[in-house]
Design a protein around this ligand. Structure first.
Ligand SMILES: Nc1ncnc2c1ncn2[C@@H]1O[C@H](COP(=O)(O)OP(=O)(O)OP(=O)(O)O)[C@@H](O)[C@H]1O
Ligand SMILES: [Mg+2]
Length: 602
């Protein structure tokens, strides 16, 4: 029990230090000023309490016969109001109205940026892992407000603790027992709040997969394509019913700790009030006997009230700090996710970026879920060759490409690039060789220009851009857009023009052309493109890629048949390979698939 408390405190200290360090690196001056103004706000109550006591004793108590106001009383009054005014100016004007906002926005920007940056750095196995997905959802939903709240609560806790110390110091002359008595009375409330925060957090944690689903539904309902389909399938009512069901479950989870502690939270402050009243009452005889001046008593009561209020507040704030820290921990956890694709210690680089010799040597691969996807795959692609991968859905074609892009490492065997194991290569250097057009390519809801230039963001070459667009068969399409190359695409933003599926695909092909990498990998590049345009695109590809390597996945034999070599994949194995004519002559799987498709055209 003791150990767990100690280790918990150590974890709190570590996380607090880590997160403060980020704020400090973000803007040291701002962080400093944010807490300094909080400190000023904290010590003022003691000062104003003291001046109030002086005021009562000097002005109210002395002989009523005195007519002229003594100078010292004027000074005391002036000081008192000055302190109150400074307090308001610093606490309200600077801390709450200015630094609190500025600091909050800076924090939000910093943490959100780092969140996005980390997402771009995550390896593909992480991205395809449901646990990591859940963690990402937790962080996405909470970090933008939990992180700034943590800092704000830390400031409040700081103010409260300073105020408690100040009030305690003021009270000590009246009896050493008073301070511990008041503090003990507030302990239950603090413990309660800590427990409560933990419970709520763990409820949230256990509800996270559910809230991920909720988020997913929300996302689905904001996509036009989904909404269109919902209309025709009339799925909306059942989807909304599920949405409401999950909402209700999450609400119930969050409410449980609230219900459990409702009465305790009401009774605690009442008990604290009774304790404080008893203490004040115990000092009254001394006032009546004249042992304690009225000013002194007023100061005493003020400080007593301060101590009670602030220690309860300190407890509350500390537990809020703790509660927010629990959420910040998810953020830390995400940031700490290690690489799963290890980098070679001394990565290999080729002298120049040119079409390489690619060899798969007895490659097997299982997905992390344990699902076997490739078994004993061996083949070689010579520089400049064009190779097509064909096979039924789920045969392993896209998986093979993911391995070549090193999104995953092989489970057994080797992938050799110019004889060098892919794992020995610098990934950035390897990616400089690759151009890709994935099955689920990105539609950038930005300008046409962006959609093409993102193929090689480091280079802006207008001539190459228009050339790429022409080769991808998209020149007419761009010409017809009101904004031309600067036309915003999609319906997300104002003045956006929506494209058809095939038109989007043409732009993605233009992006690949623009990149003009020595190895071009295309997974179903023309699935949505009309036959004439496809014919033209492939003619251009052939001309462009005469000396470069082209790896193509397609279910359309009209595109496949032109490849130098065709690999037929079935259940994760290569079952046949050869040119179109060779494979037809062999009258095996390929010939069967080809004949089946060709029959459809007769
Ligand atoms: N991220 C993943 N985690 C686990 N299994 C996966 C994952 N991606 C694919 N698989 C499985 O691996 C097998 C091969 O999938 P792959 O995507 O390589 O097929 P494919 O040949 O590209 O099919 P298609 O022609 O439909 O695109 C499938 O059975 C699929 O269920
Ligand atoms: Mg695929």
């Amino acid at each position: 029990m003791k150990r767990t408390w100690i280790s918990r405190l150590a974890a709190v200290a570590r996380d607090t230090r880590r997160i403060l360090a980020i704020a400090w690196r973000m803007d040291a001056r701002l962080t400093f000023l944010y807490y300094v103004t909080a400190f000023v706000a904290a010590v003022v109550p003691l000062a104003s309490g003291l001046t109030l006591a002086l005021l009562i004793d000097r002005v109210v108590v002395p002989s009523p016969a005195q007519v002229t106001v003594p100078v010292v009383a004027v000074i005391v009054v002036a000081t008192h109001f000055a302190i109150v005014a400074i307090n308001a100016a610093v606490r309200f004007g600077l801390h709450e109205q200015y630094y609190d906002y500025v600091f909050r926005y800076r924090l939000q920007d910093t943490f959100t940026y780092r969140f996005c940056e980390k997402l771009t750095q995550l390896d593909v196995p992480h991205l395809e892992d449901p646990e990591v997905q859940t963690l990402i959802t937790k962080v996405r939903e909470t970090h933008a407000w939990r992180v700034p709240d943590f800092f704000r609560m830390l400031a409040y806790a700081f103010i409260a603790v300073v105020a408690v110390v100040a009030a305690a110091a003021g009270l000590i002359p009246y009896g050493a027992w008073i301070v511990p008595a008041v503090l003990v009375a507030t302990v239950p409330r603090i413990v309660l709040r800590l427990r409560f925060g933990e419970m709520q957090w763990s409820m949230y944690g256990s509800g996270a997969p559910e809230s991920r689903k909720l988020w997913y539904f929300g996302d689905l309902l904001s996509q036009i394509s989904a909404l269109r389909e919902l209309k025709v399938f009339r799925t909306a009512p059942s989807l909304l019913a599920r949405y409401r069901e999950i909402q209700a479950r999450i609400f119930a989870l969050g409410k449980r700790p609230l219900d459990r502690y409702r009465w305790v939270s009401v009774i605690m402050p009442l008990i604290e009030g009774v304790v404080v009243f008893a203490i004040a009452w115990s000092v009254l005889p001394a006032v009546a006997a004249g042992a304690l001046s009225v000013g002194s008593f007023a100061f005493f009561v003020t400080m007593l009230q301060q101590l009670a209020t602030w220690s309860a507040e300190a407890g509350s704030c500390c537990s809020m700090v703790y509660q927010n820290l629990l959420y910040v921990r998810h953020w830390n956890e995400l940031m700490a996710l290690p690489r799963v694709i290890p980098l070679a210690e001394r990565p290999h680089r080729f002298a120049r970026i040119a079409p390489p010799r690619i060899e798969f040597r007895d490659v097997s691969f299982d997905y992390p879920s344990g699902r076997p996807a490739l078994r004993g795959v061996s083949f070689t692609i010579e520089p400049g060759e064009s190779v097509a991968l064909v096979g039924a859905n789920g045969a392993g074609k896209s998986t093979l490409i993911k391995l070549l892009c090193r999104f995953y490492d092989v489970t057994a065997g080797q992938i050799l690039i110019n004889g060098v194991d892919l794992r020995e290569l610098d990934p950035a250097h390897w990616y400089a060789h690759l151009g890709t057009l994935f099955q689920d390519f990105v539609q950038y809801k930005l300008t046409v220009r962006d959609n093409v230039l993102f193929g090689d963001p480091g280079r802006v070459d207008e001539a190459a851009m228009t050339d790429a667009v022409r080769k991808a068969g998209a020149a007419d399409l761009v010409r017809a857009l009101p904004g031309g190359y600067d036309q915003i695409l999609g319906t997300e933003f104002a003045d956006g023009e929506q494209l058809s599926g095939g038109q989007w695909q043409k732009l993605a092909i233009a992006r690949a052309f623009y990149q003009s990498a020595p190895v071009l990998i295309m997974d179903e590049p023309t699935s949505a493109i009309d036959a004439e345009a496809e014919y033209e695109i492939f003619n251009n590809l052939e001309a462009e890629y005469r000396d470069k390597t082209l790896i193509l996945v397609s279910h359309r034999f009209s595109t496949v048949r032109n490849a130098d070599r065709i690999l037929v994949i079935e259940d994760g194995r290569i079952v046949e390979h050869g040119s179109h004519d060779q494979l037809l002559a062999a009258a095996g799987r390929y010939a069967a698939m080809f004949t089946a498709q060709a029959a459809g055209y007769r």
